[in-house]
Design a protein around this ligand. Structure first.
Ligand SMILES: Nc1ncnc2c1ncn2[C@@H]1O[C@H](COP(=O)(O)OP(=O)(O)OP(=O)(O)O)[C@@H](O)[C@H]1O
Ligand SMILES: [Mg+2]
Length: 264
């Protein structure tokens, strides 16, 4: 695994609040805990991934905005965290401006891919890109740069709403920008086992996507919602919580899956 190029994974779903950022932080931190060198890229102007790790960029420090616009290299934007093997490229609300500026740029869909050059990725095994809740240029940059997607789906009403649009976008990206784009898995999140609805949604998603859906299901767990306000991944906030155990299990399943696919 050490000699392979990092696997770049976009955590994407244009539906808001489905668990993209929670999954980016906690799957990433889990893999780092398993000693995989992991980089998180915050590509959302809401910058929840950045704040959820307690790593606000200081004034004048470069962020994903500078990386996308070419004002800084990847290495210049990386912040370490208190966890070995886990680093983050932060975002600020100013990233919203990049979405507008990119429109006028040459190679606008490939700015992230160019920044994630083989040399820049050499120190990492996994890169997880936290996407914003839209299918705009920031998400398209992530999809064009990625080897694969992870798609969180919330086990609630309208869970499947917009998923077909996401899949249509994935098809277009494969056709025009990134033919090799794979789907590493669809993740059922915020599963409340006490409700029939959650079970119905899970059954429906598995019926449509079959083996693409991770066996691991992330339960609705208040500890997962609390952890970001302490700037910590769940395993460092409450290791014994059900949310923590779910992401630890997801990490193992993810490593098995990607190893089976011959990557890592
Ligand atoms: N399994 C869970 N159990 C309980 N709360 C959760 C769980 N997963 C996420 N949350 C909470 O739900 C909210 C939305 O989650 P999150 O921010 O990860 O979604 P998102 O898809 O990144 O949202 P956005 O589209 O706005 O970027 C957050 O407050 C988060 O802490
Ligand atoms: Mg988010």
């Amino acid at each position: 695994m050490l000699n392979r190029r990092a696997r770049v994974v976009a955590v994407a779903n244009q539906k808001g609040g489905v668990g993209k950022t929670t999954t980016t932080i906690n799957l990433g931190a889990t893999l780092a805990a398993y000693e995989c060198r992991t980089l998180l890229v915050d590509l959302d102007p809401q910058s929840n991934c950045t704040s959820g790790l307690g790593r606000e960029p200081a004034a004048g420090e470069s962020t994903s905005y500078e990386m996308l616009t070419g004002a800084a290299t990847l290495a210049e934007t990386v912040l370490t965290t208190e966890f070995p093997h886990l680093a983050v490229i932060p975002a600020t609300p100013g990233l919203a401006g990049a979405e507008v500026e990119l429109v006028g740029m040459v190679g606008r869909e490939f700015r992230l891919r160019d920044a994630l050059s083989p040399e820049a990725l050499a120190p990492y095994s996994f890169v997880f890109v936290d996407c914003p809740p839209s299918l705009g240029l920031l998400t398209v940059n992530a999809l064009a740069a990625a080897d694969a997607l992870v798609v969180p789906i919330q086990c609630e009403y309208f869970a499947m709403e917009g998923v077909s649009k996401l899949m249509a976008t994935v098809d277009e990206v494969r056709r025009y920008l990134n033919p090799e784009l794979a789907i590493d898995g669809i993740l059922l999140t915020m599963y409340d086992e006490r409700t029939r609805l959650a079970q119905q949604v899970a059954d429906e998603v598995r019926g449509v996507f079959g083996g693409m859906v991770f066996e691991t299901v992330v339960p609705r767990n208040v500890r997962l919602a609390e952890a970001p306000s302490f700037g910590r991944p769940i395993h460092a906030y409450d290791l014994r919580s059900r949310g923590s155990q779910a992401y630890l299990q997801l990490g193992r399943e993810y490593l098995e899956r990607t190893a089976v696919h011959g990557v890592g």
